[in-house]
Design a protein around this ligand. Structure first.
Ligand SMILES: Nc1ncnc2c1ncn2[C@@H]1O[C@H](COP(=O)(O)OP(=O)(O)OP(=O)(O)O)[C@@H](O)[C@H]1O
Ligand SMILES: [Mg+2]
Length: 331
């Protein structure tokens, strides 16, 4: 569990982080998004203790990191593994040697190191490439080795700072699946820093938007995508353009979570014909995320539409005018 409270980081007179409050529960995946320069990497560096916060507290697994020094600090560092965008592998070391490095620094016995390196290589699907040097690996493979190295000291928290940036969609998918697997199998708490909204949609439980060193919006992804009037919600699920409504009444529907994939036909039994005019729907494991504009019979009672859809797990809201939808989709 990571608990950040009132975290401030200043360089000289410039406050790069300004009163950050963020909690990531055990075994959760949280995403921090935000524009370049917002302070995302600084936040990561404060959590993994590469930077000292100016004020505020960061508690990892019940331990207040700011209060530690010397040996305690070195011990606490082991609780937190980090993966960076460029994986930062040492060129002269093989994949296996890179993964072994943090354990060597900590004086882990050689036999134990060999065993754990084998396990980690297997876990990240790199056993066949154990003796390859970084220059002989693809970007996605280097990231896997970086993740294995981040896990070498069996941390309870894994920080990923743009670990999938610059990877192609398949390699990104493979890394995201790996992160989800680590969370599910090892119970690692994961903080993902990213500018890619599809990464957030597909793996995060919680999302926080950072801007100018402050969290301007945050919440469970399932809740945020259902918010009707929120910049983060629109960024997470941008709305496609809506064609003419053809005499029907326009509604916006949002959902995320265990919604039946056949909710549309269920809803149709109660609400009659449903014209799907625009939709963004993604399935990922047992979770689906969707945002749609649909046209319904204008004679339907508003309350009833909301209730029927709420029973199926969708938030529904009538669209006041087509212009409003277009304005929203353009935002
Ligand atoms: N050591 C430092 N000294 C002074 N200013 C710094 C230092 N490190 C970061 N900054 C400033 O802090 C701000 C936030 O930087 P940070 O690297 O955290 O942004 P970011 O959100 O990770 O951006 P990006 O998406 O481009 O990686 C920037 O304006 C940066 O110039
Ligand atoms: Mg950064």
């Amino acid at each position: 569990m990571i608990e950040i409270s009132g975290l401030t980081k200043a360089y000289g007179d410039t406050r790069v982080l300004d009163g950050i409050d963020l909690t990531v529960a055990d075994g959760q995946i949280a995403a921090v998004v935000g524009p370049s320069g917002a302070g995302k990497s600084t936040l990561a560096r404060c959590i993994n203790l590469l930077e000292r916060p100016t004020s505020g507290s960061i508690t990892v697994s019940g331990q207040d990191l700011a209060a530690l020094s010397g040996k305690q600090l070195r011990l606490a560092r082991r609780e937190i593994g980090t993966v960076f965008q460029s994986a930062n592998l040492l060129r002269r070391l093989t994949a296996a040697q890179n993964i072994a490095l943090p354990m060597r620094h900590q004086g882990v016995p050689e036999a134990e190191i060999r065993r754990r390196v084998g396990d980690l290589l297997e876990r990240v699907g790199m056993l066949q490439r154990a003796n390859h040097y970084p220059s002989q690996l693809s970007g996605g493979q280097r990231q896997r080795v970086g993740i294995a190295r981040g896990l070498a000291l069996q941390p309870s928290v894994l920080l990923s700072d743009e670990a999938t940036s610059g990877l192609d969609p398949d390699a990104t998918r493979a890394i995201l699946d790996l992160l989800t697997e680590l969370r599910d199998d090892l119970g690692v708490t994961i903080l993902v820093i990213t500018h890619e909204m599809d990464v957030v949609r597909s793996i995060a439980d919680h999302v926080a938007q950072l801007d100018h060193g402050r969290i301007v919006e945050q919440g469970a992804v399932a809740d945020v995508v259902r918010r009707s009037d929120s910049p983060l919600s629109r960024a997470l699920l941008p709305m496609p353009t809506v064609p003419a409504a053809d005499g029907r009444r326009l509604w916006t529907l949002r959902y995320r979570g265990a919604v039946s994939p056949v909710w549309l036909s269920h809803a149709g039994r109660d609400l009659g014909d449903i014209a799907v005019l625009a939709a963004l729907v993604e399935e990922s494991g047992d979770t689906s995320v969707g945002r749609l504009t649909v046209g319904l019979d204008p004679r339907l009672d508003e309350r009833r539409v909301v209730d029927v859809l709420a029973d199926l797990g969708l938030a529904a809201e009538p669209v006041t005018s087509l212009r409003a939808v277009r304005a929203e989709s353009a935002a």
